[in-house]
Design a protein around this ligand. Sequence first.
Ligand code: G1P
Length: 276
Amino acid sequence: MIKKCLFPAAGYGTRFLPATKATPKEMLPILTKPLIQYGVEEASDAGIRTMAIVTGRGKRAIEDHFDRSYELEHQIQGSSKEALMTEIRSVITTCTFSYTRQMEMKGLGHAILTGETLIGNEPFAVILADDLCDNTGKETVLKQMINIYEKYQCSIVAIEEIPMDQTNKYGVIAGNLLDNTNNTYRVTDMVEKPDPKEAPTNMAIIGRYILTPDIFDIIRNTKPGKGGEIQITDALLEQAKEGNVIAYKFDGKRFDCGSIDGFVEATNYFYSKGSN
Ligand code: G1P
């Protein structure tokens, strides 16, 4: 039912300079796999085959990554190195990739709206590749969210409890518990990056969303918010006021690979897990 996944990938990744001077931050690897490939594999594991990527200037390496590389493939054919290409080969043969460019950096809401041309009028998933999720052996986080979507047919955000002093790094929600067994809340309020004093709770949105397509019109009418940017959190609040947003406390582990600490933590975690 959810057939497309949108990847906003136009940001500069300034926290990782100089690494991100000529390399998209989404291409930074955790071990040998670029962050965005983890995201694409998570979507693919959830049954999604259409990947829609919002890029920007200097992001061409992403397109090259999700394409054949005949010379290289020919070179390693029959060698022990060939196995290293199994996963990427599998996603590029089973999924399609389309791209559009966000020409100005006007926030996550604006990036999602830029992707409308690739999504059309249907519910869709959003993955922010710098939030890397590991499902710890069960269904992927996105798959878990699709299961919730199938039950409630409205927008879904993934949430996690964070230390109260970090609320200014996330969209934060308040809501009423819907179902104790699967950790779902009907969202009543959401605030983008509030000071701890103003935060309604410590339940933070992480970079996984299922959005219904009416979000596009709402974003079009959303004024710039925190940081002068068009925030998806503000647009979602409009849906939440109608009772149409559910927050889901997911089962799994998530790393903030947009920060150096989270990136190192993820690297150590996947190394210890023996993912490579
Ligand atoms: C974005 C969203 C924020 C959300 C976060 C998850 O912020 O604006 O609401 O909590 O992603 O990673 P960013 O990390 O792009 O500053």
